[in-house]
Design a protein around this ligand. Sequence first.
Ligand code: GTB
Length: 220
Amino acid sequence: MTPTITAFESSPDRGVGLARDTRVRWAFEEVGQPYEVRLVSFKAMKEPAHLALHPFGQIPTYEEGGLVLFESGAIVLHVAETHAGLLPVDANARSRAIAWMFAALNTVEPPILELQNAGLLEGDMPWAGERLPLVMDRIRTRLAQLSVRLGEADWLDGAFTAGDLMMVHALLRLRPSGLLDEFPNLAAYVGRGEARPAYQRAFAAQLAVFTDKVPMEQPS
Ligand code: GTB
């Protein structure tokens, strides 16, 4: 049965791939699993039909047969566990890859989200100018540690895994800040992730949702 996920009907990022359906699309593309997408508006996300799928009224969700999932990490883990290609066969290596998924979601992504909040939601607060450098430094600390661990390797632990997928997608959000460029091996790591054909397909699919809605400029 083809799984269905939900995504923004109108993504605030204008299709640059930052919304979390992109990581789920990427996982599907990596394992060759076709999927369907149901687009939802901000209003519909808070209505009972969507809240029955996602208690917090967000995207993405996943439905297949009798299974409903929310949380991008849980969805990517489910895809990785039910298909070959995103988790190693060796039990220890598999557990390490899952640890990297958790690290991306619980240790690396939270300060990156704080940066977004500091800029977008709290930028007008009187204390915003003092908070921003603190948040930037918290991110720098994590990036420095991650950079040391990655070293000159292509991926975090051997071959590309779901751990890399989650980490690359979490790091992508940093690009406009310039912080990623302070760590050339991490910038190259993210570039390697984006260059994967599966990522390219996922990116194109989420971008099409945006561009299909925006009238193209007519040549004069
Ligand atoms: N922990 C959850 C997960 O990993 O699935 C978080 C899900 C989440 O934050 N979903 C967001 C959402 O539905 C979309 S991805 N927000 C609507 C709401 O809460 O009402 C987060 C996101 C939103 C916008 C941008 N952007 O514009 O750049 C990037 C990412």
